[in-house]
Structures are given as C-alpha cells and as structure tokens.
Design a binder for this molecule. Structure first.
Ligand code: HEM
Ligand code: FPP
Length: 300
C-alpha cells in the first residue's frame, strides 16, 4: 500500500517535470519559431559552403544561433509577461502561469545569450555582429520600446528574423555580400507577412492586451493589405534569389508556390470579408514558404 503511494507520487512528480519542460521549451523558448530561425541559419551556412561544410564551424554556428535565439526569446518572455498574462493565446506560458520565476527566466536567458554571442565571436566577427544585431532589434528595440508604441514595430524588428540567415551565411563567407543581404531582406520582409496575417487572426487578443499591432490600430482589412504588400515584396525577393543564382528554377518554383497560395488566401480574406479564417490559412502557408525557400538554397 505504502509502496503504491510512493510510486504514484513519483509518477506524478515525473509527469509534472515533463509538463514543465515541455511548457518551457514551447512556451518560454517558442520552440517552433526558434527552430525555424536556426534552421534557416543552418541552410544559409550549407548553401554558402557549397554543401561542403567545415563541420567544426558548422557545429559552433549552430550552437551560437541556438543560444542567441533562445536567449533573446527568453528575455522577450520575461519583459512581456504582463502582456502575455492578458491574452488567451499566451496566458498559459511559464511566467504568466507561475511555473517559472522572472528572475530565473532572466538569468537562464542572459546566460544563453552571452554564451551564444561568445561562441559566435569564435567563428568570426560577422556571426557575432549578426547575433548582437538580432538581440538588439528583438529585445531592447522591439520588446522594450516599439511593440507597445507603434503598429510599425515589426517593420524594423522583423529584420531580427533575418539575422540567423546572415549569421549562417557570413560564418562561411566572412562578409555579407549581395547574397547575405538578400537573405536578410527576404527574412525581414517575410516576418511582416507572417506577423500581419497572424495578428489579423489574433486581433481580438492584441486588442485585449492593448498591443498596437497593425490590424488593431488600422483594422483587420488594413492588416491583410499590409500582409499582401509584404508578400509581394517577398515574391520579388524570391525572384531576385533566382536571378543571382542562389536558388535554381526548381527551387524557385517549389517555393513560389506556397507563397502564391498564401497570397491567394489573403486575397480571399479581403474579398470575402472573412478575415479571421483566411488570415490564419495565409499565416500557416507563409511558414511553409519560409522553410521551403531556404531548403531551395541547397537543392541546386
Ligand atoms: C516581426 C517578427 C515576428 C513576430 C512579431 C512574430 C510573431 C509570432 C507570433 C505572435 C507567433 C505565435 C506564437 C504562438 O503560438 O503563440 C509566431 C509563431 C511562429 N513564428 Fe513568428 N514572429 C516573428 C518572426 C519570426 C521569424 C523570423 C521566424 C522564423 C524564421 C518565425 C517563426 C515562427 C514560427 C515557426 C511560428 C509557429 C507557427 C505555427 O504555430 O504554426 N517568426 N510568431
Ligand atoms: C539572432 C537573433 C536573436 C534572432 C532572432 C530571431 C527571431 C526568432 C526573431 C523573432 C522576433 C520577434 C519580434 C518575435 C515576436 O515576439 P512577440 O513578443 O511579438 O511574440 P508573442 O506575442 O508570441 O510573445
């Protein structure tokens, strides 16, 4: 009987620890978002090395990107806990739900960030600069300042999302060049297609938390028009990747397809007035585009 109780307590504790780790990975470090950011950095590295990577530097670059992105994301969570506690989409996250303290979260994230930047500097100065710029755009500029003030916050800070690509590329080449800049621009403009379609879907949430995202301040229709504009720019940049030879014809066709579908969904939203349904579909399709276009870099 006593044995049974001890076993039950043990199982309950193990399950609690498992759930907490899962919440920290998905809710504090935004695993899906962070892994996509690291993924595009890895693919940029592989493409720049012509698929003949120096494994030691690849390993260091992956560590640097992972730690820098996770550390910056964690600091964003620490600073945004008040906003997150007001939105149904985010109130379950570890800090608002009380599973992780702000101080613990801050110390863990800061350690990761510093480790990521130091490892980046071991690769070369550009990996360090890309990581540092990613952090500055994401945490002090976006999270602390612009996110609460202006609907245009994501226009500048979306470029944080391009920094892992720049880091991965320059880890091999030692300087950005036209290709590195194109990858940075692509991810930067894509971030706005991504967030303006998502924020149109979650407009009610953002309204509750008083976050001035574009669809909240200017209305859902403008949110989708903004996403459409960004999507067209992303299309032009995808063509530019093909024109400079970064991707081949097959890669161009494979990646332009999900982008066109995403834009079609946005147009459907605008013409039917059912912004919510179509903006979410557009958001999902835009994520597929992002994963595929970077895969296309190594498909040549
Ligand atoms: C201005 C920049 C960005 C903003 C404001 C933004 C915002 C968001 C938000 C609010 C979510 C929903 C999170 C949730 O599930 O609660 C999200 C999800 C996501 N983000 Fe971003 N993001 C940005 C840039 C990026 C970048 C640069 C990447 C990757 C390269 C990225 C990849 C993702 C992925 C993969 C998801 C999960 C999608 C899903 O659940 O299907 N985001 N983003
Ligand atoms: C090198 C480096 C540090 C790169 C960063 C790459 C990256 C993942 C950028 C995302 C930037 C961003 C503004 C996310 C949204 O936060 P949010 O607070 O609007 O999202 P939320 O509402 O879900 O909390």
């Amino acid at each position: 009987m006593i044995n049974c109780k001890v076993n039950n307590n043990f199982t309950r504790k193990i399950n609690y620890v498992k759930a907490t780790i899962k919440d920290i990975l998905f809710g504090f470090f935004k695993l899906k978002q962070s892994l996509l950011a690291v993924w595009i950095g890895i693919l940029a590295f592989l493409a720049a090395s012509g698929l003949k990577p120096n494994l030691y530097y690849l390993f260091l670059t992956i560590l640097s990107l992972t730690f820098t992105v996770f550390g910056s994301t964690g600091l964003n969570m620490v600073l945004d806990a008040d906003i997150d506690s007001l939105m149904p989409r985010t109130s379950w996250r570890p800090i608002p739900s009380g599973k992780l303290g702000r101080l613990e979260g801050a110390l863990l994230s800061l350690s990761l960030l510093v480790a990521g930047l130091v490892i980046g500097a071991l690769v070369n100065e550009w990996v360090f600069i890309a990581g540092l710029l990613g952090f500055i755009l994401f945490v002090p500029l976006y999270t602390l300042f612009l996110k609460r003030k202006t609907p245009w916050s994501t226009l500048i800070c979306g470029f944080a999302g391009g920094m892992p690509a720049l880091g991965g590329w320059t880890a091999v080449t030692g300087s950005p060049g036209i290709e590195g800049v194109l990858l940075l621009l692509l991810a930067g403009f894509w971030s706005n297609l991504h967030i303006w379609s998502l924020a149109t879907y979650y407009a009610e949430d953002y309204r509750k938390a008083n976050v001035p995202m574009l669809p909240v301040v200017k209305g859902e229709k403008t949110g989708l028009v903004g996403a459409l504009t960004m999507g067209v720019i992303v299309g032009i940049l995808t063509y530019a990747l093909w024109a400079v030879g970064l991707i081949g014809l097959i890669g161009f066709l494979l990646s332009i397809l999900p982008l066109l579908v995403s834009l079609f969904y946005i147009v459907r939203g605008l013409t039917t007035g059912d912004y919510k349904t179509w903006s979410y579909k557009a958001f999902k399709m835009a994520s597929i585009y992002m994963a595929v276009v970077f895969l296309a870099l190594i498909l040549k």
